[in-house]
Design a protein around this ligand. Structure first.
Ligand SMILES: *Cc1c(COP(=O)(O)O)cnc(C)c1O
Length: 362
């Protein structure tokens, strides 16, 4: 039996990926030139599918980069003269903040207790902060901030840029892109692909800011926004990109579009409910995030305690690979990814395995 990877990135491959991989080999995708018409068409179709899936207006550009972590660095480089502002509610948001420190900026932040949410409508952003950085789904803690609240925050601060990290939520969630300046994700989580490709969606104000900034200081070289934009207009990338990844992403996007985003969202919520209902209605374990409004549908974190290692091994024997907790919770929590690649029956299988372990220890 093959394993099911409930690990929150890399994660279970989307079921159609093996056949697209074979097709890619057959079609010589690994050998085509990134300056060829064939690639231009692939770029065009892939970015246009991204636009359709997320309802991205033509005002925004779609760029390919190497990873979610790279996207963080590009955002700070291209959009911040001195000061960014970060909502830090876990390890990934912290990395975004630290990226700004490393790049010589003077970022500010608000710290939110691990595993809890924050009322974004009460959030005060310092007046000098140029860019607000939000992690939509904090993968380390299993906390998701509501997409509409994030968009509303921008409406209160229309003169600041807003960057949203959706690495472990996309394609889940519905954002109004008139409120979004930068949106980024990588493909090894919700898209069920091997790691190695990041996607950035960048709006006109962020492009403008980068252009201004570039006159005064370096905003990077081949992945400066202006360079990415210049090539994107020609349906190309500045460097030789991972064409195979883009090919696979294009095909998985095609599958997602056949289902439709609303249905994808609904599936995610239904499967998440199975897991949260299970954790809420038995006595052995509990869901880590207590406030229901902030419970992530895509990464479910459960408190296991001393038996975590034993439980993980038991689940692995049943072919269910779950993630460990993050940082200080490494040995006491498990994290369960609930992405489009996991079918309802996979989640049911995992819950049955959790139940079987629980019974075996009585
Ligand atoms: C995984 C993750 C990242 C890092 O993405 P990479 O593609 O691994 O660089 C950033 N933010 C969040 C929320 C993540 O879950």
């Amino acid at each position: 039996m093959k394993h099911i990877y409930f690990t929150p990135g890399p994660s279970q491959l989307f079921p159609t990926v093996p056949s697209y991989l074979q097709e890619a080999i057959k079609n010589d995708i690994g050998s085509i030139s990134h300056r060829s018409k064939q690639f231009d068409e692939l770029f065009e179709q892939t970015t246009s599918r991204i636009r359709t899936l997320f309802a991205v207006p033509q005002t925004h550009a779609v760029f390919f980069v190497g990873s979610g972590t790279e996207a963080m660095e590009r955002v700070i480089q291209n959009c911040v003269t001195k000061e960014s502002f970060h909502v830090v509610n876990g390890s990934f948001a912290k990395r975004f903040f630290e990226t700004a420190v490393d790049l010589g900026k003077k970022p500010k932040k608000i710290d939110v207790a691990f595993g809890t949410g924050i009322d974004l409508q009460k959030l005060k952003v310092p007046s000098l902060s140029e860019l607000i950085c939000i992690t939509h789904n904090e993968t380390s803690a299993g906390v998701m901030l509501p997409a509409d609240e994030i968009c509303k925050l921008k409406k209160r601060y229309p003169n600041k840029l807003l960057a949203v990290d959706t690495v472990s939520s996309a394609p889940y969630g519905t954002f109004d892109f008139s409120a979004i300046d930068i949106f980024f994700f990588s493909v090894q989580k919700g898209f069920g692909l091997p790691a190695g490709l990041g996607v950035m969606i960048v709006g006109p104000n962020a492009l403008e800011k980068s252009k201004k900034l570039q006159k005064k200081k370096s905003v990077g070289s081949y992945h400066a926004f202006s360079m990415l934009f210049e090539f994107a207009k020609k349906y190309q990338t500045p460097e030789t990109p991972p064409v195979l990844h883009i090919y696979l992403l294009n095909n998985v996007l095609g599958d997602f579009l056949k289902v439709g985003r609303n249905v994808l969202n609904k599936h995610a919520e239904e499967k998440a409910k199975l897991l949260y209902d299970y954790f809420d209605n038995q006595a052995t374990w509990s869901a880590f995030v207590k406030e229901k409004a902030f419970r992530s549908p895509t990464v479910i974190v459960a408190e296991i305690g001393k038996k975590q290692k034993e439980l993980k091994a038991f689940l692995a024997e049943k072919n269910c690979i779950v993630g460990s907790g993050y940082g200080p919770y490494k040995d006491t929590q498990i994290r369960i990814a609930n992405f489009p690649a996991m079918a309802k029956k996979d989640i049911e299988k995992l819950i049955a395995a959790l139940k079987a372990y629980d019974r075996s220890t009585r």
